[in-house]
Write a protein that binds this ligand. Structure first.
Ligand code: GRF
Length: 194
């Protein structure tokens, strides 16, 4: 049977992309078919090259161009999208087209600490400043608004009194690296039987 192909959209350091690549290497039913980034300088460029994965840079105007995005995603037979640190807002036509087939990972327990500007250390700093004793991750479907799609999975870690934003981000990243590949696999496998 033909493998299901995933596109990863990533703009940051790419540690989640790296875990996803590792997880699906040699997978019998799922393949990373494309990596899309908002910058040609992103760390994921190297990951794509090293792992022989097609790579494309998409700026804001290309991302919002329906026919461009459709041809790109069709060209690589993409059926599922994972946003792993992608900075741009996803346009409504893509949200619609990939309804229940596009997920995002957020490094905090949504609905708190999400939305525009809530990325990188700012998220962890906000959690620490709030005095919350738990943080964690949220994997959710993507809709037209930042971090507001339906939650699929959350898990927590403790915020210690001595944590700073860097320390907390490391704890949260560990959870991301474990659960994002697992949940991506689960959701794509379920999709096989649609
Ligand atoms: C992660 O913390 C993820 O939750 C958020 O962006 C960050 C990406 O990290 N959406 P990396 O680039 O995968 O290391």
């Amino acid at each position: 049977m033909k493998k299901k192909k995933i596109a990863i959209f990533a703009s940051g350091t790419g540690s989640n992309t790296e875990q996803l690549i590792k997880h699906f290497k040699g997978h019998p039913h799922i393949q990373i078919g494309l990596i899309i980034s908002s910058s040609s300088k992103a760390a994921v460029v190297k990951l794509a090259e090293e792992n022989d994965i097609p790579f494309s840079v998409v700026n804001k105007s290309l991302l919002s161009n329906n026919s461009y995005m459709n041809s790109l995603l069709n060209l690589y037979d993409i059926e599922f999208i994972v946003l792993a640190g992608f900075i741009m807002l996803i346009p409504p036509f893509l949200v619609k087209q990939f309804d229940r087939r596009m997920i995002n990972i957020h490094p905090a327990l949504l609905p708190k600490y999400g939305g525009r500007g809530m990325f990188g250390l700012a998220v962890h700093q906000a959690v620490i400043s709030s005095g919350d004793q738990l943080s964690g991750i949220t994997i959710h479907y993507v809709n037209e608004m930042y971090d507001q799609g339906k939650t699929i999975f959350q898990t927590t870690c403790k915020v210690d009194r001595r944590d700073n934003a860097e320390k907390l981000s490391k704890k949260v990243l560990e959870l991301e690296h474990k659960y994002l590949p697992e949940w991506t696999e689960k959701l794509v496998m379920e999709m096989r039987y649609f």
